[in-house]
Design a protein around this ligand. Structure first.
Ligand code: 5GP
Length: 190
């Protein structure tokens, strides 16, 4: 998606050869127009696949997921990272190792929002080693629901997430594929 790649070139900050900072338009400040285009692109790629729900993880997956949900006309559920007073009973729970924080955390979705009849599109801001995606798939499987595929805003193709998920048969649609962050430069795959 050219508009996204252009934004990454202009406003992305390479923190290391492993980490890209995009808090000017995705991870802190959000560019609504760009998110609308991102949602449109996901909807086009997964149109006609029978998606009934979108699942993402708080906080940075929410903006692109909501925009995709708007376009596909389906509800969006975000997995919560913290125990909430209002999120108590019948929880689907999984553990995720955070790439950016380097700590393990527990994520949860209320079981009432997912059923075995659901066909779920997983959306997230980044794909690195695939831990967040795997934890979300785990929650979906606990509900007995099926996975339509994964919509990723920025894939770091030099990390192992795509290979891991594809080897398990999941379809991945990434809107920007970063081949390298070496020498402070963002290089795209295609
Ligand atoms: P994974 O679980 O695939 O290893 O990492 C994906 C998760 O870690 C995403 O939910 C994202 O929030 C975070 N993440 C991974 N790599 C980056 C990165 O380069 N920059 C930012 N801002 N977040 C990242």
């Amino acid at each position: 998606m050219e508009a996204l790649k252009q934004k990454i070139r202009e406003e992305g900050i390479v923190l290391s050869d492993q980490v890209l900072k995009v808090d000017a338009f995705l991870n802190h400040q959000i560019d609504p127009r760009l998110m609308q285009q991102v949602g449109h692109e996901f909807a086009e790629r997964f149109h006609g696949q029978g998606v009934t729900k979108i699942v993402t993880i708080e906080a940075s997956g929410i903006a692109p997921a909501v925009m995709a949900g708007l376009e596909l006309g389906v509800p969006v559920i975000f997995a919560r990272k913290f125990q909430s007073l209002t999120l108590k009973n019948d929880l689907l729970i999984s553990k995720v190792f955070s790439f950016t924080k380097q700590t393990e955390s527990t994520i949860a979705i209320s079981a009432k929002h997912l059923t075995a009849a659901d066909h779920v599109l997983v959306i997230d801001d980044f794909l690195a080693n695939g831990h967040a995606a795997k934890a979300l798939i785990d929650l979906i499987q606990q509900a007995g629901a099926s996975v339509a595929g994964l919509g990723i805003v920025i894939e770091k193709s030099f990390q192992e997430g795509r290979g891991l998920l594809e080897s398990e048969g999941y379809r991945i649609e990434a809107l920007a594929r970063v081949a390298s962050l070496a020498d402070g430069q963002v290089t795209f795959l295609d």
